[in-house]
Design a protein around this ligand. Sequence first.
Ligand SMILES: *Cc1c(COP(=O)(O)O)cnc(C)c1O
Length: 451
Amino acid sequence: MDIRVRKIYEAEFALEDIREIFREALPTGLDEREAEQLTAGIARVDAIIRELKEGKGNPIKYVDDKIELRTREEEYININPIQSGGRLTPEARKALIAYGDGYSVCDKCPNGRLDKIRKPPVAEFHAELADFVGMDEVRVVPGARRGFQAVASALLDKGDLVLVSDLAHYTEFLAVEIAGGIVNEVPSTEKDIITGDAVADKIERVKEATGKLPKLIIIEHFDYLFGNEHDVYGVGKIAKEYGIPFLYNGAYSVGMVPVNGKKIGADFIVGSGHKGMAAVAPSGILATTDEWAPKVFRSSQMVGDVTGRRFENKEPEMMGCTLMGGTVLSMMASFPKVKERVKCWDEEVKKSNYFIREFLRIEGNKVSSEYPRKHTLSKVDTRDSFDKIAKTHKRRGFFLSDELKRRGIVGEFAGSTRVWKLNTYGMGWNKIRYLGEAFIEIAAKYALPVE
Ligand SMILES: *Cc1c(COP(=O)(O)O)cnc(C)c1O
């Protein structure tokens, strides 16, 4: 533990306490008692800053009473498979401090539409965001899953078929399920890749068996199980040929990998704010074309029978407004950096491959994902290496987690020494090298041969 990290938190919290004095005071200014509180509060911040400078003092452990501080991004290298792309930028953290209040984005809402708010520049953000993923229209949604749900709800009738991959995320299943549809899985190749041909083949089979075409195809660019890249361009082409709308699931790509929906041939692009766009959860995006926008982003038609009220400016699939505060503001604040970082995707892949290459120097280590890697999320197999050690170690499967934690590495599923996932996204070369060396050091300690 680095005391300075705790002192930074403590200072930030002390500043929030001072901020609260202003929130409770009259707009005319602080009264005598409040002014005294402010002076005392500033003195407290000063004292904490002094401890921060000197690197000493009592480390705080809690945000409040029972909520523990979270310091894993400050004090560790975090290899958790789902957390790396959603790590906030400093800009997003600042936006969260300023816009954390509930409906904070609604200060100047001219017509009851989130995507039309100009201050803060939510409307401008929407325009840029559509451009960023190469589509015509976009809405922010509470997670990629809510994007699937909106599309499934708009497009499906009861009993309609939807093609998904046999590596599909569970949220695709659920989105189709609540819309009354039925999923049909496209089998991946023996290399765990979904191809355009496999999709075409499944369409033909479905047509033969039911006499109907699927109503929607949902395929991920990179799946969550292996982080393998699937042939979304091929799928886009097949979808066009059959005239079936194609939803590109970019949960593991939008915000990290350059994505152009029109080039891919997608009708819908779904991204995850908290998985790939350095944003607060739950957040995500749903983008579409001018062709599909009137269907998915249609206006409400409902009329109240007593009052005659209607809400034509609200979009039912969005439930009106979606992200009304810290979530959308964090997305917006991170966006300039997100736009830049997708340009460095090749470098991220290079680092991922560097790490895996080092990892594979340990005898018995394998990578279950496609190799060379095309993504930073990888599934590794350590049954013939670390798991052999685990069998006789007194800490059993926990020994690897212990050894990693001792070296400041966390995020792997504790107790898993068999087949597990890790993600190197966003690590600098210094961390990548350190990570590789850490595994080799652990192998050497337990006399596993290293090439
Ligand atoms: C994480 C993930 C999702 C779900 O994303 P949310 O933004 O949390 O809803 C969907 N699909 C895939 C492939 C994922 O990896």
